[in-house]
Every structure is written in C-alpha cells, then in structure tokens.
Ligand binder design. Structure first.
Ligand code: CTP
Length: 218
C-alpha cells in the first residue's frame, strides 16, 4: 500500500453537558486502531483521527486526537479530499446537548432532562463530496435487522462498503478483541467468521484493495 493515503477514524466521541459530565458510548477504538496498524504495516500513509481511548495508537501513523463529534468533523473534513481510502470506524454521537453549561449543573428535586440536537453526519458529508477513485467504508452497529439497516446506510451515505456487526452476536461489537463482521457492498454481502480485530482489519483492507483493483481494470 505504499503511496496510498488512508484515513481511519476510531473510538468514541464525548459530548459535554457541563465541565464535569459528558455523553459518550462504549467504543474502545480497537477495531479502528487495528485497521490503522495493518494499513501502516502494508506501507500506507495513515492518518488516525481518534476519540479518547485507553489503548496506545500504532506507531508510524499520524495521530489526530479529538473529543467531540464536531472536532472529528473538522479534523476529518480538513484532510479528506487528499485521501484514497477512508474507513470510519469511530462511534460518533448522533446527538449532543443543545447547550453546554459553563458551570456545573446542580441537582434539584424531581426529574431533569437534557435537550439534545443532532450532530453533523461526517460520513454523509464524505459521501456527498467523494472524489473519483476514493473509497469510503463506514461501520454499522445494529441490534436487529442488521443487513437491511446497514445496506440502507450504504445507499443513503453513498458508501462503497459497510462493515456491519450485530452487537447481540457473541464475540462481536465494542469491548472484546474479536468481531463478527458482514462486509456489505453494492454487489454482495460477505459474512465473516468470528476472528480477531487484527484479522478482521486485514480482511477489510484486502476487500477494499480488490474492489479498487476491479474498478481500475474496468
Ligand atoms: N458517523 C459519522 N458521523 C456521525 C454519525 C455517524 O461519520 N455524526 C459514521 C460512523 O463513524 C459509522 C457510521 O456513520 O461509520 C454509522 O452510521 P450511523 O447512521 O450513525 O449509524 P447509527 O447511528 O448506528 O444509525 P441509527 O442511528 O440510524 O441506528
């Protein structure tokens, strides 16, 4: 992959409520970090835009740390045009608090609620601004109707591939070192066995490169 520019996003975003609290998710960053590492080992020029995670980033990649969905949007869109392959493994918040309190929110009796507003969809933006030859891979995590929902994301966001996983399947999802993925493209759904995230990263990269090669030959 020497000479190929790859952008990977990984990890969770954190959406501040006040100086003390935030809304986030269980993403560990392991899947995205594995993709960044394997692409680097293949010689690619890798940029890793990452939310806060507990694991160390791979060596020899350009690391861009971000906190919120808006930070990730800015970091990604400022370098996306020059990328050959973009893999969006990050678990980006779909909503953030409409207002961030400057002071710590104090408790009072009874219930409280937080008004949320939508974040910008980074992947949708990338799909709308995809340049010729660029490959866009999204991730999809579902708890039901995985294939139908994930294929809908492929169409809606103008993606070349969606790596889908069902959180309810043993060995899939956020926390562990394994995943059970289905790679969904325009032409097919490929169901992968349970495997390590490092192996899954290699299968994803192999699939992307083989589709790109097919397209070049057409
Ligand atoms: N994504 C993104 N920007 C967002 C939200 C998600 O780029 N603001 C990306 C993720 O990195 C992932 C993909 O979109 O690659 C997930 O698609 P999404 O539609 O967010 O999936 P869900 O949120 O799981 O969909 P839904 O809420 O419809 O279940």
């Amino acid at each position: 992959m020497q000479g190929i520019k790859v952008l990977v996003t990984a990890g969770p975003t954190m959406e501040a409520i006040d100086p003390v609290r935030f809304i986030s998710n269980h993403s560990t960053g392991k899947m995205g970090y594995a993709i960044a590492r394997q692409a680097m080992l293949r010689g690619a020029d890798v940029t890793l835009v990452t939310g806060k995670v507990a694991i160390a980033p791979p060596e020899f990649v350009t690391v861009v740390p971000v906190t919120s969905a808006q930070d990730m949007y800015e970091a990604v869109t400022s370098v996306s045009n020059e990328q050959d392959i973009i893999v969006k493994a990050a678990a980006v918040a779909d909503y953030r608090p409409a207002r961030i309190s400057e002071e710590k929110v104090k408790k009072s009796d009874g219930q409280m609620s937080i008004e949320l507003e939508r974040t910008d969809d980074i992947l949708k933006f990338l799909g709308e601004h995809k340049r010729a030859g660029q490959f866009l891979c999204g991730f999809s995590m579902e708890t039901r109707d995985m294939l139908r929902n994930s294929r809908a994301k492929l169409e809606k966001k103008n993606l070349d591939m969606v790596a889908a996983n069902n959180l309810k399947v043993e060995g899939a999802g956020f926390q562990g070192d394994t995943n059970v993925l289905t790679l969904i493209t325009q032409d097919e759904d490929v169901s992968l066995q349970l495997m390590s995230k490092e192996d899954a990263a290699n299968v994803i990269l192999d699939k992307i490169l083989s589709i790109q090669k097919e397209r070049e030959e057409q």
